[in-house]
Every structure is written in C-alpha cells, then in structure tokens.
Design a protein around this ligand. Structure first.
Ligand SMILES: Cc1cc2nc3c(=O)[nH]c(=O)nc-3n(C[C@H](O)[C@H](O)[C@H](O)COP(=O)(O)OP(=O)(O)OC[C@H]3O[C@@H](n4cnc5c(N)ncnc54)[C@H](O)[C@@H]3O)c2cc1C
Length: 342
C-alpha cells in the first residue's frame, strides 16, 4: 500500500466513485493529491479519525504548548521565548550548540524545529552543507500554503444555524479537481470551523467564532504582486465568506464584529517557513512517509544535528509532529545512555 496512491488502492478495492469521494474529503489535512499520496499514509490518518476520534483541548492548541512547557520546566529544562536561533555552532564537523544573537548555548545534541533548508541557507557556513543535503532539500516540494479568515460574530453559533465544528465546502466532489483548485485564487474551496460547537466558552458570552481556511499553491500565490496584496487578500476573503454563506445558507456578514485575514505572508512572518507553509514538505510518490522513515538516518547529514516538525518523516499535524519530536528525543536519550555523551 505504501507504494500505491489512495486512488489506485480505492480503485483496486472496487469502491464506487461516490464512496471514494466521501472517504477522500480529509485530503487537505495532508495537503497532497490523492492520485499521488500513498494509501498507507492516508488510511492511517483516516483510521485514527474514525476509530480514536479527533479532539480539541478546552483551552485550544495553546493548552498543548502550556502542558509541554510544564513538563520541560518541572524536569529542570529551560525555555527562552522570543529568542530566534540565528546560527548553529560547530566543534569540527559536529554541531555543538546554537547562537541566539550574540548569546551562545552549547550542547552535544541540537534539535531544530525549523526547515532543513532554512538551517542550511541561513544558520551555517556553506561548506558544512553537503551536496547531497542540498540536492535533497531542492528535490522536495514545499507544502501547501494557507489562507485563513478568522471571524468574531456577535451572536451564538446556534442562533445562526451553525451546527458543526467542521464542514468541507468543495466546488467539485473529485479530490483531484479540488487539489487543482488550489492553483487558482479564483477557484477556491473552504474548510469552515466553529470552535464553539466543541468548546462552548471559546469566545465571550453571546458571541461565537468562525474560521474559514483555504489551501493555495506556491504558483497561485506567486502571481500576487506586492502592490496588489491588499486587494487580492480582501478579494479572496470576500469570496470565502460568500462560498460559506451560499453553500450553508447561513448569513454571517451582518454578524461580523471582528475579522482578521491571514494570507501566506502572514504565516511566513509567524512561522519562518518557506513561503509560510505550515505543512512541511508535500508528500510525493518518491517521498512518502514510509520512504522518509526508512531513510531517516541516511538523511542526517551533520553529526549532532536533528530536525523535527511537519517537514519530518510523518508530515504535518499536531499528533504527527509531536510524535516526530518524541521519537527523535527517545533516539537521542538512547544514544546518550549508550555512549555517555552530555
Ligand atoms: C490555520 C491552521 C489550522 C490548523 N489546524 C490543525 C488541526 O486542527 N489539527 C492538526 O493536527 N494540525 C493543524 N494544523 C497544522 C499544524 O499546526 C502544523 O502541522 C504543526 O503545528 C506543525 O508543527 P511544527 O513543529 O513543524 O511547526 P510549528 O508548530 O510552526 O512550530 C515551529 C516553531 O519554531 C519557531 N521557529 C522557527 N524558526 C525559529 C528559529 N530560527 N529560532 C527559534 N524558533 C524558531 C516558530 O516560530 C514556531 O513557533 C493547522 C495549521 C494551521 C495554520
């Protein structure tokens, strides 16, 4: 299954097209097209949604960060906020620490959450980056870009008839066409989320929030000229609200009290990822989750330096990126125990 696409496997099972379309609804969670994405990866994600269910922390995803912070501090660790790592330090060919501006921090093991290409280009001398490392990051494809419209509404979600936490609003039932729609800012799909449906007090009494998300490719956003930025941003947001209102038959415009629009440059500013993608590298037939896991050790080009995050072997999503950090940390703990480093 790992070397065959979602489409190939569902066809091999003889599944009717309509059932396939329904099962493939969640593809934007992995941001890869179903005729290229490997079935093993998609099936694993879907099975978890169906069998163990998705969950939202009552204090939103920030609660996960706060819980992690507690564990780190309670175990003698330290956290520096607003501290951008600007340089990797080396002891010969081995990574030996990081620099935050003028301040240096030394360690036998360095785990970076930023993209490898960012580290290679901006945080170390070129002679530390092997030809193979450069070729690999160049061969990989940057993941989908996000466009999100956050709406603060002046009434409860129920008053408007908003019944679900998430709805996927596509123009076509065909997932390949849906993926191709991301190439054109005039042909959008919308994923609408209303957090209050799961966490009723997610916003002050008498209000609710709704956020609408669409995926874009580097190509579609790449055509936007700096002078057209505001115009395009407002056009896309307007279109997304229109799609939501028309498809759901719910009028939200008269109830909008607050609106914030996050376009790819907004995500780039906060995340520091290439073109602002929150999704790491897009999964491709030669670059599947299983292929990445199998070649993980071979892709560690610099001794002492590890990468974790959505660009890692399990790709994007909270659970998978936490799992990526967890398995990397376990590997290092094992090595420390065996070799006594640190
Ligand atoms: C609108 C939206 C909705 C989403 N919804 C869901 C969802 O419902 N469920 C789900 O599972 N996933 C969801 N995702 C995806 C999920 O957020 C990502 O896949 C995940 O957060 C990626 O984890 P990461 O560790 O790779 O990167 P991030 O979570 O972006 O963390 C990387 C961190 O590194 C910091 N950083 C970067 N460079 C440096 C540097 N040089 N020095 C110091 N710090 C640095 C960044 O500031 C950032 O805080 C959503 C994403 C978006 C944008």
């Amino acid at each position: 299954m790992a070397s065959h696409s979602v489409d190939e496997c569902l066809n091999a099972l003889g599944m009717p097209k309509k059932a396939q379309n329904i099962l493939k609804t969640y593809w934007p969670y992995l941001g890869a097209r179903c005729d290229k994405l490997d079935f093993a990866h998609y099936a694993t994600m879907l099975e978890r949604y169906i069998k163990t269910y998705p969950a939202v922390p009552s204090m939103k995803s920030h609660e996960l960060s706060l819980a992690t912070e507690d564990v780190i501090r309670n175990n003698g660790g330290n956290i520096r906020y607003n501290a951008e790592v600007t340089e990797i330090l080396f002891d010969g060919e081995r990574a030996s620490g990081v620099k935050v501006g003028e301040e240096a921090f030394y360690s036998d093991y360095v785990i970076l959450n930023c993209f490898p290409e960012t580290a290679y280009k901006k945080m170390m001398p070129e002679n530390k980056v092997s030809r193979k490392a450069k070729q690999l990051v160049n061969a990989r494809k940057t993941g989908s870009l996000f466009f999100t419209v956050y709406l603060g509404l002046d009434c409860y979600a129920e008053e408007l008839g908003i019944e679900d936490y998430t709805v996927f609003l596509y123009e076509s039932p065909d997932s390949t066409i849906q993926y191709e729609d991301c190439n054109d800012t005039n042909r959008l799909f919308v994923i609408a989320n209303c957090l209050n449906r799961i966490v009723p007090n997610a916003s002050p009494e008498g209000t609710s929030t709704l956020f609408l998300t669409s995926l874009l490719t580097e190509d579609s956003w790449g055509y936007v000229e700096p002078q057209d930025y505001k115009k395009v941003k407002n056009r896309i947001a307007d279109k997304m609200i229109e799609i939501y209102e028309n498809k759901m038959n719910i009028s939200v415009r008269p109830h909008i009290e607050e609106i914030v629009i996050a376009a790819p440059p907004t995500f780039a500013r906060y995340l520091g990822t290439p073109n602002g993608t929150p999704y790491g590298y897009e999964m491709q037939p030669w670059d599947t989750m299983i292929a990445r896991i199998m070649s993980l050790k071979k892709e560690r080009f610099i001794s002492g330096l590890y990468f974790v995050g959505a660009h890692g072997e399990r790709s994007d999503g909270y659970s998978t990126t936490y799992a990526c950090g967890h398995s990397t940390a376990n590997e290092i703990v094992k090595e420390v125990k065996e070799n006594g480093r640190i």
